[in-house]
Design a protein around this ligand. Structure first.
Ligand code: SF4
Ligand code: SF4
Ligand code: SF4
Length: 326
């Protein structure tokens, strides 16, 4: 993507009277880190970047910022929020529109066609982070890693994030402004992670998830980063009744993780953020992608594609399969 064009467009957007600020990515303070940027003027717009390191899904801020309580007597600021989105992020915006979590008039969606993002862990393992700012750029067939001024060409297969190997929608599906030309889509890889769990028998699957959920420390990072986990009154925070106990043990951890997976069924847009931020390395993507696959195969529904769609969990067709109901 042409960074000059991005910054110029961003400066024009934030200069609009009906726009409060723009959310995009900028370089972090060290190494490969990229940070979210809340841009209000042309000076801020000059810091924006779009690179293979911009893996985070910023659409989660659309609902988080609105959760802030207003000081007494202050009127809500109803100006629009501009947001940079990749393909997967754009599905979160669409799903939020479907659920009426946000209003179409309240956002300016800036589409960024996405050639695929880097897996930070793979990157840091092979090319350890240095204190100075490092960069990664797209090349025709992979990535260029720049550390302390030293440039290394890396193949796409070596560093591409799992969600990007599986990606079916790299181009934003909804946008008000599109930056650059759509990227050529690629054949999604087989989902070996889901298949590995699927081929176990029921006891094997239970043992697998028991081991994984036992590692959960209930930090709720997965919930907090998820663009579709935005209930103001989350079941997990309730004390009366206490649906899920706060104790960190296998039973409560399982209740939490399964409740979250079910709440995301037909809503998860497979952005992979929950797994990316999990400090316990729990393969949450396998769980959510399995649910997404079931919804796709059994009900022919994929969330985040059509802003006019009915929410999956609130729609019913007389011929919906129901043979799993006891
Ligand atoms: S999942 Fe697709 S749209 Fe999202 S970061 Fe990866 S390639 Fe880009
Ligand atoms: S991010 Fe990982 S450790 Fe934290 S609550 Fe979620 S599953 Fe558990
Ligand atoms: S459950 Fe995970 S993969 Fe699905 S939308 Fe939320 S953060 Fe993204």
């Amino acid at each position: 993507m042409d960074l000059e064009k991005l910054r110029e467009t961003a400066a024009e957007v934030v200069a609009r009277e009906d726009v409060k600020y723009l959310i995009g990515w900028k370089n972090g303070s060290y190494g490969y880190r990229v940070a979210p940027a809340f841009i209000e003027d042309a000076e801020g717009a000059a810091e924006l970047i779009f690179s293979p390191l911009c893996i985070s899904n910023l659409s989660t801020y659309l609902t988080l910022v609105e959760k802030l309580p207003l000081p007494r007597g202050q009127e809500p600021d109803t100006r629009k929020i501009a947001l940079m989105v990749k393909g997967c992020d754009s599905r979160a915006v669409t799903q939020l529109l479907v659920e009426k979590g946000i209003e179409r008039d309240g956002v300016v969606v800036i589409g960024c066609p996405c050639p695929g993002m880097i897996d930070y862990d793979l990157l840091a393992e092979k090319y350890p982070e240095t204190e100075g700012l490092s960069e990664v750029k797209w090349t025709d067939d992979g990535f260029l890693v720049i550390r302390d001024g030293e440039e290394t060409n890396v193949t796409r297969d070596e560093l591409l994030a799992e969600k990007c190997r599986l990606c079916r929608y790299p181009n934003p599906l909804i946008s008000d402004i599109m930056l650059g030309e759509p990227v050529e889509t690629w054949e999604p890889a087989e989902d070996k992670g889901v298949e590995e769990v699927d081929k176990k028998d029921v006891n094997g699957r239970w043992a697998y998830w028991e081991e994984q959920f036992s590692n959960c420390i209930r930090c709720y990072s997965c919930r907090n980063v998820c663009p579709l986990c935005y209930c103001q009154d989350c079941i997990l925070d309730r004390l009366n009744p206490t649906w899920v106990n706060r104790a960190v043990n296998f039973s409560e951890n399982t209740a939490f993780n399964i409740a979250r997976a079910f709440h995301l069924a037909g809503r998860c847009i497979e952005c992979g953020e929950c797994e990316r931020v999990c400090p316990a390395n729990i393969p949450l993507g396998r769980l959510n992608r399995k649910m997404a696959r079931e919804v796709r195969d059994k009900y022919g529904f994929e969330p985040g594609l059509d802003p006019e769609a009915e929410p999956f969990q609130a729609s019913y067709k007389p011929d919906d399969p129901e043979d799993f109901i006891l």
